[in-house]
Write a protein that binds this ligand. Structure first.
Ligand code: ZN
Ligand code: ZN
Length: 419
C-alpha cells in the first residue's frame, strides 16, 4: 500500500466543513475590514526566504523543503507566506497600484519538522498583511482583528492573546548585547542549540522549549524593559488602543518569534489545549522587510492563523457538518430509473440535494438502507407499477409516513415542502 508522505495529511470530506467554516468566516470579516485577497505561488526562489526569514533561523536552516528543478535552479516550498507576499508587492509594484495595501491569503505551507499533534509538514495558514502605515492605532487594529476572528469563530475562550515589543534599530542592539552578556554568564546551563544561537541570534534563546534553557531565561533581562523612549511610547499607545477596543491581552516578554524580520510589536494567540504546539496564530510588525528584500522602504505588519490548530479548537466548541441529502430516489427496474433521472437533475438544479440509486436491480430493502445511511429526509420509491400509473411513493424517513405523488408533480411537491 502506498501511504501519504509523513507529516502530510489528507483532509477528508468529514473534516472539510470545519475548514470551510473557518475560511468563510475569516474571509467575511476581512472583507469588511477592507482586505483584498492575493494568491501567491507555492514555490519561490530560495533567496526569498533566506533574505527575509533569515539564514540563522530554524526555518531556513533546518525546516525548509528545497529542490533543484530540471534547469538547476534551487527552489523552496514556501514555509510561510509573508516573504512571498512581499516579493509579489515589490515585483508588481503594488504600492503604486493599490490605494490600500491590505492583503489576505490562505493556503498550504511546508516545513520539515518532527510531526506531532497540531504540527504537520504540510499545514494551512490564513495570512493577513498590511503595508504602508506605521501607526499604533493600526497595530492595535491588526491585533484586535486577530482576537475578533477568534471571537467570531466562537473559540476566543480557548486562546490567550500575548503581546511583546522587540524594539527598533536603536534599542534592540543595546538589548541584544545585554542579553548576550547575561547568557554568557549562564552558558554552561544552556542546551547545545542555544549555545550556538547565543552569539548569532540571542533572542531565539528566549523561546527555546528546553526546560533548563527556560529556567535560565526566566531571569534574563526583558526587552520591554529596555525599550527606547519612542518604542515605549508606541507600545504604550498600541496597548491603549487595545483597551479602547476592549480587547483582552497579556504582555509576555518571552515572545520573540522565530523569524528575523520582526521589528516592534509581536503577538501570539496561545492555547494550552492543542498539545505542545501552543501558538494558534502569531504575527508582528516588520518595518524593514520590504526594503531588505530590495523594495522601497514600506513598513508592514501582519499575522498568520494555523488552520489545523483552529480546527482543533473549533471541534471542542461545536460540530460542523455538511448538509445531508434531502431526497433519496429508490428505483426498482430500468423503466423507473429512466423516468426518475431527469427529475433528480431538475431538483438538484433547484437547489435540493438529491441522491439516486444507480443499481436499479438492488432490492427495495437494500436501497432503503442506503437512504437511511445517507440520512435523507425523504425517499421517493418508484417501481414498474408506479411508472405505469404515473404515480410514485414519497416516504418521510423520520415519521415513516407515506403518500402517493403524481410523477409530473414531484418537482413542485419538493419545492413546496422544502420552502
Ligand atoms: Zn526603540
Ligand atoms: Zn535551549
Amino acid at each position: 500500500m502506498i501511504k501519504a508522505v509523513r507529516g502530510f495529511k489528507d483532509i477528508l470530506p468529514e473534516e472539510i466543513p470545519y475548514y470551510r467554516f473557518i475560511e468563510e468566516k475569516i474571509k467575511g470579516i476581512l472583507e469588511n475590514f477592507g482586505f483584498r485577497e492575493i494568491r501567491i505561488p507555492v514555490l519561490e526562489h530560495i533567496e526569498v526566504f533566506e533574505r527575509s526569514i533569515g539564514n540563522t533561523t530554524d526555518i531556513v536552516e533546518k525546516e525548509m523543503y528545497t529542490l533543484k528543478d530540471k534547469g538547476g535552479e534551487i527552489l523552496a516550498l514556501r514555509p510561510e507566506a509573508t516573504a512571498g507576499i512581499v516579493r509579489s508587492l515589490i515585483e508588481n509594484a503594488l504600492h503604486l497600484k493599490c490605494p490600500v495595501l491590505k492583503f489576505y491569503f490562505s493556503g498550504p505551507m511546508f516545513r520539515y519538522e518532527r510531526p506531532q499533534a497540531g504540527r504537520l509538514r504540510q499545514f494551512h495558514q490564513f495570512n493577513v498583511e498590511v503595508f504602508g502605515i506605521k501607526e499604533a492605532s493600526l497595530d492595535a487594529e491588526v491585533v484586535a482583528l486577530l482576537y475578533i476572528i477568534f471571537q467570531e469563530l466562537g473559540i476566543e475562550k480557548h486562546i490567550n492573546l500575548e503581546i511583546n515589543h522587540l524594539g527598533c534599530k536603536e534599542c534592540r542592539p543595546i538589548y541584544k548585547s545585554l542579553l548576550i552578556n547575561f547568557l554568557s554568564s549562564k552558558k554552561e546551563k544552556l542546551c547545545k542549540d542555544c549555545k550556538r544561537r547565543m552569539e548569532r541570534n540571542p533572542l531565539r534563546v528566549l523561546d527555546c522549549k528546553n526546560p533548563e534553557c527556560k529556567e535560565v531565561t526566566l531571569q534574563a533581562p526583558k526587552i520591554c524593559e529596555h525599550l527606547c523612549t519612542e518604542c515605549r511610547r508606541y507600545f504604550g499607545e498600541t496597548l491603549d488602543y487595545l483597551n479602547i477596543l476592549g480587547i483582552p491581552y497579556t504582555i509576555n516578554p518571552m515572545i520573540v518569534r522565530g523569524l528575523d524580520y520582526y521589528t516592534g510589536i509581536v503577538f501570539e494567540a496561545i492555547s494550552t489545549e492543542i498539545g505542545a504546539q501552543s501558538a494558534v496564530a502569531a504575527g508582528g510588525r516588520y518595518d524593514n522587510l520590504v526594503e531588505d528584500m530590495g523594495g522601497p522602504p514600506i513598513p508592514g505588519i501582519g499575522f498568520a492563523i494555523g488552520e489545523e490548530r483552529a480546527v482543533m479548537l473549533l471541534k471542542k466548541e461545536k460540530k460542523v457538518k455538511e448538509e445531508d441529502p434531502r431526497v433519496f430516489f429508490a428505483v426498482l427496474g430500468e423503466e423507473a430509473k429512466r423516468t426518475m433521472i431527469p427529475i433528480v437533475f431538475k431538483l438538484r438544479l433547484k437547489g435540493i440535494k438529491c441522491e439516486m440509486e444507480h443499481d436499479c436491480r438492488k432490492s427495495l430493502k437494500s436501497q432503503m438502507r442506503k437512504a437511511d445511511k445517507i440520512k435523507a429526509k425523504y425517499a421517493v420509491i418508484t417501481g414498474e407499477e408506479e411508472v405505469k400509473e404515473g404515480f410514485t411513493i414519497v416516504r418521510n424517513m423520520e415519521s415513516k409516513e407515506q403518500f402517493k405523488v403524481k410523477i409530473e408533480e414531484l418537482v413542485r411537491f419538493f419545492e413546496e415542502v422544502e420552502r
